[in-house]
Ligand binder design. Structure first.
Ligand SMILES: Cc1cc2nc3c(=O)[nH]c(=O)nc-3n(C[C@H](O)[C@H](O)[C@H](O)COP(=O)(O)O)c2cc1C
Length: 177
């Protein structure tokens, strides 16, 4: 049984990427301990780049990210869910990644990362940027690999994803963690 932390980074209601994340969760919950955290209504400030965390293993800014970083540290698997914004990850997902910088010096359990993303377009290149973004984060984390991704294009408005066949891909990916 693995400890799975799903971080949902769309801030809108009935979010496509969160629906995708919940389907992943349905599969993952069968054999694992799973928690989904939405960044909606969380207080998340930007990283100020002081790098105090290199020495103190904690962030000088006190807001809702501190508890999330603790949960990231304890997880075996981290799953990010994000809308594509200007061909990259959502701004709040990037900020959350920056604010998780204390984990470098503190250490972390997780070895596996998954990425779930949605976008209006469905071109061959639509998800290149967000994929690159998560790969760059993982490249900085020793021993961590990108285990799987589900990208769903062609979904624009909230709930557009509801009858999409790729929800099943997310379910199976979660189930096979
Ligand atoms: C600021 C912003 C930028 C976006 N940029 C893109 C983009 O570059 N490519 C694309 O296909 N869709 C883009 N979209 C559309 C969203 O990716 C799409 O609506 C997605 O399904 C939203 O997921 P969510 O419901 O989980 O928030 C953008 C939306 C917003 C609000």
């Amino acid at each position: 049984m693995k400890k799975v932390l799903i971080i949902s980074t769309s801030l809108r209601n009935n979010s496509n990427s969160e629906i995708l994340a919940k389907r992943f969760m349905d599969g993952a919950t069968i054999n694992n301990e799973v928690e989904l955290i939405s960044l909606k209504q969380k207080k998340i400030n930007f990283c100020i780049g002081c790098l105090s965390c290199s020495n103190t293993h904690t962030c000088v800014i006190k807001d809702d990210t501190n508890e999330i970083v603790d949960k990231m540290e304890a997880a075996d698997v981290i799953v990010w869910a994000s809308p594509v914004y200007y061909y990259g990850m959502s701004g709040v997902m990037k900020t959350m990644i920056d604010r998780a910088n204390p984990l470098y010096s503190r250490g972390y359990n997780f070895k596996e990362v998954y990425l779930l993303a949605t976008a209006t377009e469905d071109e061959a290149y639509t998800f290149d940027g967000i994929k690159k973004g998560i790969e760059c984060w993982i490249d900085c984390l020793e021993g961590v690999t990108l285990k799987g991704m589900v990208f769903v294009g062609g979904v624009e408005k909230p709930k557009d994803i509801l009858d999409n066949k790729k929800l099943e891909d997310a379910y199976l990916m979660g189930k096979n963690i």
